[in-house]
Design a protein around this ligand. Structure first.
Ligand code: PGA
Length: 227
């Protein structure tokens, strides 16, 4: 079965030319469904079948300097949007703000990819991790039709560190999120690379991957999306 693989480019590359070059080198006929999430400023000028944004604002218009609305993203043809990434939570995104953003995305028919895992530690066992996630999921999904939301479990200690969570742990967390919150698709993210991606993708309850660093290397990312 096809899985969903989302590339989170974060604040890279530094030029539009490099971003267009990277997008052009990613296969459009991969085995899995692929979404590219370039920096917002490049979205209108990247040619790829599925585009995602890395964040959005919940208001549609008004005096909100520096923000980008879900309505504006829709106008650019964006189909997915990452929300609540640990790097956003670290600079102040609260569960309440995340909930508003998800609502705005759904109103604009953009699929929210809710990231959870901020505040978890490598020492925690499965139950302790689930306890942290409960708060983020309950508040983030408050009064929202969870069947329309994708969740990405990204333990914060695994992001950009080269230390991924074990597949067994990620699978258990995915089962919890799917069963408890009726989320159809749960992704894993955090130091996914060409060496560990296949094993995550083999887990029956992991519906795909959210890939940071390895998505900036076209050769490596093309291998991952064809696994
Ligand atoms: P990483 O990032 O793959 O570089 O660990 C994942 C993410 O932040 O979504």
């Amino acid at each position: 079965m096809k899985k969903l693989i989302i590339a989170n480019w974060k604040l890279k590359p530094s030029t539009l030319k490099d971003a267009q070059g990277l997008a052009a080198s990613i296969s459009v006929k991969a085995k899995n469904t692929v979404v590219l999430c370039p920096p917002t400023i490049y979205l209108s000028q990247i040619d790829y079948p599925n585009l995602g944004a890395q964040d959005c604002f919940w208001q549609e218009k008004g005096a909100f300097t520096g923000q980008t609305s879900a309505l504006q993203l829709k106008d650019l043809g964006v189909k997915y949007c990452i929300i609540g990434h640990s790097e956003r939570r670290a600079v102040g995104d609260s569960d309440g703000m995340i909930n508003f953003k998800i609502r705005a995305l759904l109103e604009n028919k953009i699929i929210p990819v809710l990231c959870v895992g901020f505040g978890t530690t490598v020492e925690q066992d499965d139950l302790e991790v689930v306890d942290v996630l409960r708060g983020q999921l309950a508040a983030g999904l408050k009064d929202i039709d969870a069947s329309k939301v994708i969740v990405a479990y990204e333990p914060v200690w695994a992001i950009g560190t080269g230390k991924n969570a074990s597949c067994e742990h990620a699978e258990k967390v995915a089962i919890f999120i799917r069963n408890k919150y009726k989320i159809p698709k749960v992704l894993y993210g955090g130091s996914v690379n060409v060496g560990n991606a296949a094993e995550f993708l083999r887990q029956p309850n992991i519906g795909g991957l959210l890939v940071g660093g390895a998505s900036l290397n076209a050769k490596e990312f093309n291998s991952i999306i064809n696994m």
